[in-house]
Ligand binder design. Structure first.
Ligand code: E4P
Length: 218
């Protein structure tokens, strides 16, 4: 399972890259705004900076919601850097655009997916990635992980090549459950990835190993 980091914060992206487990980055307009990145030129430049830090795919989201606008913006984003994946919302014109980009060999990430039907459409339209938002489903008392399992089954039934990118992943248990369910990718904050490191028995065990070493080597 690939690990993507869901942020536009360059320090956190660098930290995740240095950890050696990072496979890519996802961003969205809210995450860019959170970093204070505004204006088209700054936004495009920021995507380039992210691509220079990581070696994997970097999702850059279109703002346009009409077919022509999505195509124009998506092509501009894709021209920025070979690692750019055009992030397209799950709307009618978005589905048409996914199909267009697939024909052109431009990678896409279909975002804001909340149902199996939407995931089926994204795969049929040739999306490279589909992003079901599990945390936001959990937020409205709906089982986000059940959706991941449903999409895994549907894609396996028909050998769809679209990769399931579990998004809106909020904590380490989400990551573990995604791995159990067969998601291809998780995207989450750095804190969820580093939380996987923690176990009190590791800390206690290390402390004892070091104490025993010191006893014999002082
Ligand atoms: C994914 O691509 C989205 O940007 C993201 O995972 C949304 O997460 P949130 O629901 O925590 O905002």
């Amino acid at each position: 399972m690939k690990f993507f980091i869901d942020t536009a914060n360059l320090d956190q992206i660098r930290e995740a890259q240095e950890l050696g487990v990072l496979d890519g980055v996802t961003t969205n307009p809210s995450l860019m705004a959170k970093e204070g990145i505004t204006g088209t030129a700054n936004i495009l430049n920021h995507y380039k900076k992210i691509c220079e830090i990581v070696t994997g795919d970097v999702s850059a989201e279109v703002i346009a919601t009409d077919y022509k606008g999505i195509i124009d913006e998506g092509e501009r984003l894709a021209d920025l850097h070979p690692q750019i994946v055009v992030k397209v919302p799950m709307i009618r014109d978005g589905v048409k655009a996914l199909n267009y980009f697939a024909d052109k060999g431009i990678k896409t990430n279909c975002t804001l997916v909340f149902s199996a039907g939407q995931a089926l459409l994204a795969a049929k339209a040739g999306a490279t990635y589909v992003s079901p938002f599990i945390g936001r489903l959990d937020d409205v008392s709906t089982d986000g992980m059940a959706l991941i399992k449903q999409i895994v089954t549907i894609y396996a039934n028909y050998l769809f090549e679209t990769q399931i990118l579990a998004a809106s992943v909020r904590h380490p248990m989400h990551i573990i459950q995604c791995a159990e369910s067969g998601a291809d990718v998780v995207t989450c904050p750095l804190s969820a990835i580093t939380a996987l490191l923690n176990h009190p028995l590791t800390d206690i065990g290390l402390e004892k190993f070091l104490a025993d070493y010191r006893k014999g080597n002082s």
